[in-house]
Design a protein around this ligand. Structure first.
Ligand code: NAP
Length: 256
């Protein structure tokens, strides 16, 4: 895949769930394109490795651990970003979990609460604390990571599907609320992307990999870079008239 370049020189980007998969690739690409990056996740070890990769390649990044479902921790994450870098220009609210699989009537309340606390409340909390800082910067861009499960239903994943539809709604609403303040809010809706999350789902469901490849019109599983490139584009000046969109990055899945 060819690389796209953007001018994020000295801009500040915050990425949650940066210890793995889509978030890790997004953080790396922000740094490669000149941004100063706050990387956050629950996983200290993998973030510290990412930090070394970014700093070794001449980029600038810091790490702050944060559980996105905890209001105090999200507030501290944004405060730490400002304390270290002095501003915030872009945010990718990416942290998420798939939760347990099970039919609606058989799945647990605990699972529903956990999935929505991280995937939905987490995105809302991040925006709640990020937006005041973007306003102070004179504007900026937020990309929330939803899913094709935020656009269509998936049997066996009710809590996840509900949580990702909610991310689409939160993104559209914040886009309308802050459009006049020069803040754009979009969501990306990835299809199947080869990350630890998808690998876990493939391990628990025999034949899932083959089903996916057969089901995607382009007959391939996407890469974290497919999504990261889209996130960077949506944050860039080149996308300055794209707002309130939920963009599928899915090899054509939801076009069917
Ligand atoms: P991943 O490899 O599992 O990465 C997600 C990261 O988020 C992990 O490092 C995870 O840490 C972290 N995280 C989980 N709960 C958190 C919390 N409460 N606070 C902060 N960080 C937390 O998954 P991915 O595939 O890159 O997923 C990234 C996003 O893309 C998710 O929102 C996911 O729903 C979405 N997505 C993925 C796919 C796909 O096929 N991969 C498709 C559609 C949408 P732990 O590993 O410690 O839990």
């Amino acid at each position: 895949m060819g690389s796209i370049s953007f001018d994020f020189d000295r801009k500040v980007a915050l990425i949650t769930g940066a210890g793995s998969g889509i978030g890790e690739e997004t953080a790396m690409k922000f740094a490669e394109n000149g941004a100063r990056v706050m990387i956050s996740d629950l996983k200290k070890d993998s973030c510290e490795k990412l930090l070394s990769r970014i700093n070794d390649s001449g980029g600038e990044a810091i790490f702050f651990p944060c559980d996105v479902s905890d209001s105090g921790q999200v507030e501290a994450l944004v405060a730490q970003t400002i304390a270290k870098f002095g501003q915030l220009d872009m945010a990718c609210n990416n942290a998420g979990i798939e939760g347990e699989q099970g039919m609606t009537a058989l799945s647990s309340e605990d699972n529903f609460n956990r999935v929505t606390a991280i995937n939905t409340k987490g995105v809302w909390l991040c925006m709640k604390y990020e937006i005041p800082q973007l306003l102070k910067s004179g504007g900026g861009a937020i990309v929330n990571v939803s899913s094709i499960a935020g656009l269509i239903g998936f049997p066996g994943l009710a809590a996840y599907v509900a949580s990702k539809h909610a991310v689409a709604g939160l993104s559209k609403t914040a886009a309308l609320e802050y459009a006049e303040s020069n803040i754009r809010v979009n969501a990306v809706c990835p299809g199947p992307i080869m990350t630890p999350m998808l690998k876990r789902l493939m391990e628990t469901t025999p034949g899932f990999r083959e089903q996916i490849i057969a089901g995607v019109p382009q007959h391939r599983i996407g890469s974290p870079a497919d999504v990261a490139n889209t996130i960077l584009y949506l944050c860039a000046e080149q996308a300055s008239y794209i707002n309130g969109q939920c963009l599928a990055v899915d090899g054509g899945w939801v076009a069917q």
